[in-house]
Design a protein around this ligand. Structure first.
Ligand SMILES: *Cc1c(COP(=O)(O)O)cnc(C)c1O
Length: 379
């Protein structure tokens, strides 16, 4: 027998309460029963995103809302600043390119600390930039970006939107949209929202809705103005992923019951214990500004990161993630977002120890687990 542990940065584990709700017989989406669900979900999404505005719900993976954050705001030929410091920053640049938006790329070495001053400089040097596209966490490197500081800069530019891919940020750490001046905050179901893949979210500021009026990129499925009209009637433009939205009602209820501050604290402590546990084994953390969502760990000298990732899941049942592109073979990643608790971290660190032992790495067996347990004692 092998028990499986899903500790990847998406999809993530799903609480049994949520799974059971989604297993109930399906209901019709043009029916008051479903409208009651949407009504509750709308309120709780506003709480999660820290906004008085509506948070749009799309039946797509997270990238659908990223794409919409370009196609619903900009026009062909517009300029946008994109922070490229990993896979997901590159995705913003690729979406811009696909729709004829000129991306001014800020290329930061993967895993480096993003200096908000660099954004300010780019804004000054490129008048007329319509949007700044960033990540809250760059999941491919496990790096957190200074969203609050960047938003404070962009706020001073009335003709520029602050857009944040918060797919591994929303529900992991605070990203209060209205307070910080984030114009678009994107989320996805399969990360901290404790659901299967299939829903994307976008909180949209009043400033962004003004941009929407002048946006000339063609749109059909992801038409945000139409979704807003429908959402206000507790409806969606097309047939939504009904079962996922029913699951969302439950997962948002769980988040609310725990309280956002406690959810954030839990992720912070779990990520810290993961890092400390790894370092106690002599391993190094990849990111210079690690995110509480996911920890990227360097493979030790002479050991292939892919071998670590593969041994973890094949032999020890722990599904983390490897490195992508230029980081393939160099790092492996373990997530601490969503439905994760202290035993997940202890399991992960123990599995790393078993794996490294198999791969011939020299270290003191148990040192990582001991350190992790110590870091988790107050959780
Ligand atoms: C997971 C993830 C995405 C979304 O990917 P999808 O596969 O489209 O859901 C986007 N950005 C970040 C930062 C992510 O972690």
């Amino acid at each position: 027998m092998q028990k499986r542990y899903l500790l990847a940065p998406g999809p993530t584990q799903i609480p049994p309460e949520v799974l059971l709700k989604m297993a109930e017989p399906i209901i019709h989406h043009r029916n008051p029963m479903f409208e009651t669900v949407v009504e509750e979900v709308r309120e709780n999404l506003k709480y999660l995103f820290g906004t008085k505005n509506e948070v749009l719900i799309f039946s797509s993976s997270g990238t659908g809302a990223m794409e919409g954050a370009v196609t619903n705001m900009l026009s062909p030929g517009d300029k946008a600043i994109v922070v490229r410091s990993g896979k997901f920053g590159e995705r913003w640049a690729n979406i811009c390119k696909a729709y004829g938006v000129e991306a001014i790329n800020i290329d930061l070495p993967w895993g480096d600390v993003l200096d908000p001053g660099v954004i300010e400089k780019a804004l000054k040097e490129n008048p007329g930039v319509k949007a700044v596209y960033t990540q809250a966490t760059e999941t491919s490197t496990g790096t957190r970006f200074p969203t609050k500081e960047i938003a404070a800069i962009v706020k001073n530019y009335p003709d520029t939107l602050m857009v944040v891919d918060g797919i591994t940020g929303v529900g992991v750490f605070a990203l209060p949209m209205d307070e910080w001046g984030i114009d678009i905050l994107v989320g996805g179901s399969q990360k901290a929202l404790m659901l299967p893949p299939g829903l994307a979210f976008a909180g949209v500021s009043d400033k962004a809705w003004e941009f929407n009026k002048n946006s000339k990129i063609p749109k059909f499925y992801f038409n945000w103005a139409k979704e807003l009209d429908n959402l206000k009637k507790n409806q969606t433009n097309f047939t939504p992923a009904i079962s996922l939205i029913i699951g969302l009602r439950e997962s948002l209820k769980m988040i609310k019951e725990e309280g956002l501050e406690n959810v954030y604290k839990r992720s912070e402590i779990l990520a810290n214990a993961t890092r400390e546990g790894a370092m106690a084994l002599g391993l190094k953390i990849f990111s210079r500004n690690p995110s509480p969502a996911v920890t990227a760990i360097y493979a030790p000298e002479g050991i292939d990161g892919q071998a670590i990732y593969k041994t973890l899941w094949k032999k020890y049942g722990v599904t983390g993630a490897g490195g992508q592109d230029q980081l393939k073979g160099k790092i492996f990643r373990l997530a601490t977002l969503g439905y994760a608790d202290k035993y997940d971290v202890i399991t992960a660190v123990a599995a790393i120890e078993f794996t490294l032992k198999d791969l011939g790495y020299k270290f003191q067996m148990g040192a990582g687990v001991a350190k992790a347990v110590d870091c988790l004692k107050d959780l």
